[in-house]
Write a new protein. Structure first.
Length: 253
């Protein structure tokens, strides 16, 4: 097993159980405790675990929100598959919203060069990538930029959304469950996400399987408000069936 594969399994176990123990992990993976400590250090540097005595705790349990750069380094292959699968939901022409996020950022990178679209974003980094594409009309929502997610929020972003109608909104989330819906740690960012969904004829959620072990502070939608969920094959069949029963079509890329 490669170190990255082991680290992803450790992260999944930490999120499922709420905590992982160095000695137990070493026995589970048949490696030394020093190897596990290096894994935990790597995951802490990625911003997804916090080291504690004898083990580690997922940052969600401590109330921390990983920065965008840290999240972008985790589950990269899964996020790329999700982004490519999302291309099937693009209109031939027309308008879309692309929410700020690490997985939606992968969608921006793979947008086809021959599609004429108006793209609304609330992320300065995504806007700068899109603006270089001659076939795209890019609308950047203003407002305060959250340093942790690089998303624009508050009134200057909300007011334009009230007057927009787009074909598809491609949404990101920090947490997802049938019971609690889609959640994010920041209420101001939740308000923007809620307005994006309201401005779209159809909403497509891009979320890797780890989001289904998280519930964050602020809810911005129920699953019934989402038309399509695109996730990865790490989401188990039972959870996928529960999500589908709640409303959206589920695609496991």
């Amino acid at each position: 097993m490669y170190a990255e594969e082991r680290q992803q399994q450790i992260l999944r176990m930490a999120r499922d159980a709420g905590r992982v123990d160095v000695v137990t992990l070493a026995e589970e993976f048949d490696v030394t405790t020093e190897t596990i400590r290096r894994d935990l250090t790597a995951l802490e540097r990625a911003g997804v675990l916090r080291r504690v005595h004898g083990g580690a705790i997922p940052v969600e349990r401590l109330g921390f929100e990983p920065a965008l750069a840290a999240r972008d380094e985790v589950l990269t292959a899964e996020k790329e598959r999700i982004a490519k699968a999302a291309l099937a939901e693009l209109p031939e022409d027309g308008s879309v919203i692309i929410d700020a996020g690490s997985t939606t950022g992968r969608l921006v990178q793979v947008l086809p060069a021959d599609r004429e679209l108006t793209v609304v974003v609330n992320s300065p980094p995504l806007a700068s990538v899109l603006a270089a594409r001659a076939n795209l009309n890019v609308i950047m929502l203003g407002g305060r930029v959250r340093g942790r997610t690089l998303a624009t929020v508050d009134d200057w972003a909300l007011r334009p959304l009230a007057d927009l109608h787009v074909d598809v909104a491609f949404m990101a989330t920090n947490g997802c469950s049938v019971a609690k819906g889609l959640t994010t740690p920041d209420p101001a960012e939740a308000a923007i996400k809620r307005a994006m969904i309201a401005a779209a004829q159809r909403s497509v959620l891009l979320a890797d399987h780890t989001k289904f072990t998280n519930t964050c502070l602020a809810r911005f939608a129920t699953l019934a408000e989402i038309d399509v969920l695109i996730t990865d094959t790490g989401l188990d069949a039972a959870t996928a069936a529960d999500v589908s029963a709640a409303g959206p079509q589920v695609v496991r890329a």
